[in-house]
Write a new protein. Structure first.
Length: 347
């Protein structure tokens, strides 16, 4: 409902839009009226029932009032959500992006990493990718700096059953058409990967212009600098939306049940056949996973990743429970105190 327009005043209108970038207090939202900066931590937002700020990729409703400004009034249900465990002191869930169709896992081929190492890095991101509700895709970048890119891709594809592995070079243009094809029908692709993997360069190559600043990799350790500082949506000229993310130093998994099942379906279906229900799949007799490794069906690197990630997620669950209990205690103490003070006033 719009308030009636009185003389000389323009009425406030409700607008749908998509968040290009969010910084907690406000969000840059693309709408039919262009990009608007909208408050998301304002009294207008709170009165509308907004309890948390939107994230990049969110579809939102705005109240656009030419007199009092633009505010986010609602967030539409998310189709997919990329969540990681907060880094450093912030141990809660940290939502990186929403509503992507594909999570593009980028890994550079310029460093001489063993297949085992690449597998370990990629598999962790695969769990997060599947867990998000989107479809993960692996992109091996900087093929121009690697003499056996195709072989590596082939070997890695065997380690990631059911996942498309694409080799690209932003230098020669190799493989970029396969990425553009994923972006057809205005699909959203979120780029995930370490700093220096070539994400922003890919965004620029696909956009055809310099929309993201890229960084020179430091000579010596081939580690990238964090040149992309905010997650932002980039609309491609033909079709599709890209979401560039700053390289994550670590991708702490927040949850992963669904992601683990999708990433390791072959191992998990073997594991139910182990003789002992609490098999750790190490040296137990009658372990179907070890038998799978011995028979060459399962690669040792993947089995190791699976075990490690399982342990990590179990630990994470425990921490979450402790956290929840603490929050409950805090709520109870608060409630108890408020009842006490009400009683005192009554007396
Ligand atoms: N040779 C080569 N260099 C690349 C390629 N893609 C990116 N780079 C370089 O790698 C460095 C890091 O790229 P950037 O896009 O900033 O990585 P990001 O941190 O993942 O966004 C930059 O110096 C790029 O020029 C590629 O396909 N080939
Ligand atoms: Mg970048
Ligand atoms: Zn077992």
């Amino acid at each position: 409902m719009s308030p009636p327009a009185s003389a000389g005043r323009t009425a406030a209108v409700a607008l749908p839009g998509r968040v290009l970038r969010a910084d907690g207090a406000s969000a840059l939202v693309i709408t039919s009226r262009g990009s608007l900066r909208a408050g998301s931590n304002t009294s207008v937002s709170r009165q509308a029932g907004l309890t948390a700020p939107p994230v990049t990729g969110d579809w939102v409703t705005l109240l656009h009032d030419p007199n009092s400004g633009t505010n986010v009034t609602g967030i539409l249900p998310r189709q997919s959500t990329l969540v990681r465990q907060g880094a450093g002191q912030a141990t809660g869930a940290h939502t990186l992006a929403a509503n992507m169709d594909f999570v593009v896992i980028t890994q550079a081929l310029d460093r001489t990493l063993s297949l085992q190492r690449i597998t370990r890095i990629v598999v962790r991101m695969l769990v997060a990718g599947w867990e998000s509700g989107a479809t993960p895709v692996v992109v091996l970048t900087k093929a121009d700096l690697c003499s056996d890119a195709e072989e590596t891709a082939h070997a890695l594809a065997a380690e990631c059953p059911g996942v498309e592995v694409i080799v690209t070079s932003s230098e020669t243009g190799e493989g970029l058409d396969r990425l553009s094809a994923l972006a057809c029908n205005d699909r959203t692709l979120a780029l995930l990967g370490a700093s220096g993997a070539g994400k922003s360069t890919l965004v620029n190559a696909l956009a055809g212009t310099e929309v993201q600043t890229t960084g020179n990799v430091r000579v010596g350790d081939a580690k990238g600098r964090h040149t992309t500082t905010a997650r932002s949506l980039v609309l491609l000229p033909e079709s599709g939306v890209l979401l560039d993310t700053p390289g994550l130093r670590s991708l702490g998994l927040w949850s992963g049940e669904e992601g683990m099942t999708k990433t390791f379906s072959d191992i998990e279906s073997l594991a139910v056949e182990c003789r002992f229900a609490d098999c750790r799949h190490e040296t137990e007799p009658g372990c179907a996973v070890q038998a799978g490794i011995g028979g060459g069906e399962i690669s040792p690197a993947r089995a190791e990743s699976w075990r490690k990630l399982q342990k990590e997620l179990a630990y994470q669950e425990k921490r979450k429970n402790v956290r929840e209990r603490r929050e409950e205690d805090r709520r109870f103490t608060k409630l108890y105190k408020s009842i006490q003070s009400t009683n005192k006033k009554k007396r």
